[in-house]
Design a protein around this ligand. Sequence first.
Ligand SMILES: [Zn+2]
Ligand SMILES: [Zn+2]
Length: 137
Amino acid sequence: MLKRRLLLPVHRNTKVTPPPEHCASVKEYEKSLYWRKKSKALLDDHKCVCEICGRPRWKWQKYKKVWHRNLRFNVHHVTYENCPDESREDFMVLCSNCHTKCHEILRSRKVSMFYELLSQVVDNYFRYEGIKTFIPW
Ligand SMILES: [Zn+2]
Ligand SMILES: [Zn+2]
């Protein structure tokens, strides 16, 4: 199990956006101003690092004296069970490299599970039993 060392706090915006009253789907929820503000607060934090590879989202440019965005990041929901009152443990802050790879692994696992099922079907029903002893009539 991955050790999640740095859990950034969600900063409360001065202007509080209430969660949407009705939400038909995850997609709709993640499009809501409420969630966008909540996730943006994490991503805008200059201490923001990927919880898998540890790479920082922001880099301080000494000469220009500005924060420069180092990598694209995503906020991944670990569980949607507590929406819209998620606690900080209910999501992960990840660089888009790690985030994309995790979802790829998930997809490829589904594919390999599907092939496992198919090979069981092949073993059970594609054995051509009796094909050699078939007597035409
Ligand atoms: Zn990463
Ligand atoms: Zn995700």
